[in-house]
Design a protein around this ligand. Sequence first.
Ligand code: NAD
Length: 464
Amino acid sequence: MSTTATDVNKSNANASGTEWDPIFDEVGLPKDPSNIYTQTVASMLQAAEIVNLRHRVRIILAQPKNEIMVHFPVRMDDGHHKLFKGYRVQHNNAVGPYKGGLRFHPDVHLDDVKSLAFLMTMKCALVRVPFGGGKGGVNCNPRELSIGELERVSRRFTAAIANDIGPDYDIPAPDVGTNSQIMAWIADTYGALSGRHGPADPFAVVTGKPIAVGGSLGREKATGQGVVDVLREMLPDLDIPIEDMRVSLLGFGNVGSWAAKILSDLGANVVAVMDHTGSIRNTEGLDVYALADHVAQNGGVAGFEKKTGTGGGSGRHCGEGCDVITEDEFWETPVDVFIPAALEGMVDEKRAKQLHCRVVAEAANAPTTPEGDAVLASRGIEVIPDMLCNAGGVTVSYFEWVQNRSNVTWDVEQVDRELNRIMCMAARRTIVAKQKYDTNMRTAAYIAAVEHLGDIYNHRGIWP
Ligand code: NAD
């Protein structure tokens, strides 16, 4: 007999909480509700309980297979050497090679990386691309490194983990603070180290590469495009037309800026943006193309208010310029859809109470805390969960890897068409689970993912 979501909420695991799934003790996980890895595992176990996932699969998924931590010295521009700490967590490879981004950020820590690796396992299972989950990063501030220092950090980190990655084993990609140039340095370093008897195409060791060295058309915009594909699939059910809908964005990097540009092309009205440099608003609509150019040149949205006459092109909503607003004003801006596209944990209880929206589309990974989630649920705000919403990136990474391995190139129309097909199917899969188990969208996405993983383990068994 299957258990309902309500039964589980009353009697079992709870991320902010008082009652813990016994598996936390069994696998030795800390019962700390503020720990991000604990939060993600608790969400998975809740879904596992609903679908009666086998105990052996629950304990396998509750801990990563491998946690790799390295320290490596890098020569800085002034001649002294600095020691950096890097991580690669390989959560699960039952479906295929470990797959997931590399983050260069001063707040990179083991539990964040574990939780992001875990989410990659769930995300790949949900969209049914044949990859497992991994994630990595280097504890550094790329904004404070010169281009030469950034290259040496990237190459030394690659050398440190070269025996633990590979086109058939673990395939990194860009994430916060990394980009296609860094992927090119990693591919080049790995290619040189893998030697002439190495894999046929060592550059397939990473995705998100520049087009000139084996990148895929459509990869740079893929995560933002996937966010829009999911919104287009889901919003009609919520009776929100994309044309003229009002949007605010937290984060205007790769994911946020592409989502904004594609939404704007479809007629949506991006009215407010906040990033690490400030918050801006124009209730008539921001010129997001001009804003993306400004961010590329200046590193953030701050200063965009000084630009005048940034009026937009055809089909786009754009007022003249914009106002600088406070953080509170940003969170309270009335919109139809709020898109967090920055870091984890930014939609907490306080911010969830301030939001004035109907839908939260989680473009970032783990942007909402369990407390924030509870507030959004109590206010009837629909949350489209990260593992569905931002899966466009890994999906086109998969297309890039397929092209590299088979020596073909796809045109951008083929990439966009296949991406749309996969995102729409994943969205439908989530909606079906939501209806079947009478639960919220996040638990439904976990259910669709763990059912697939459970099925794979049932067929494969566990050996030796
Ligand atoms: P990015 O580095 O290009 O952009 C990050 C954005 O977050 C920037 O606009 C930055 O200003 C903003 N930000 C950072 N700290 C902030 C703060 N304290 N307050 C407000 N804004 C802040 O990174 P990205 O690649 O766009 O990734 C954004 C999110 O999307 C991350 O959670 C990442 O894991 C997730 N994601 C990225 C991809 C991808 O393909 N790049 C794929 C899936 C998920």
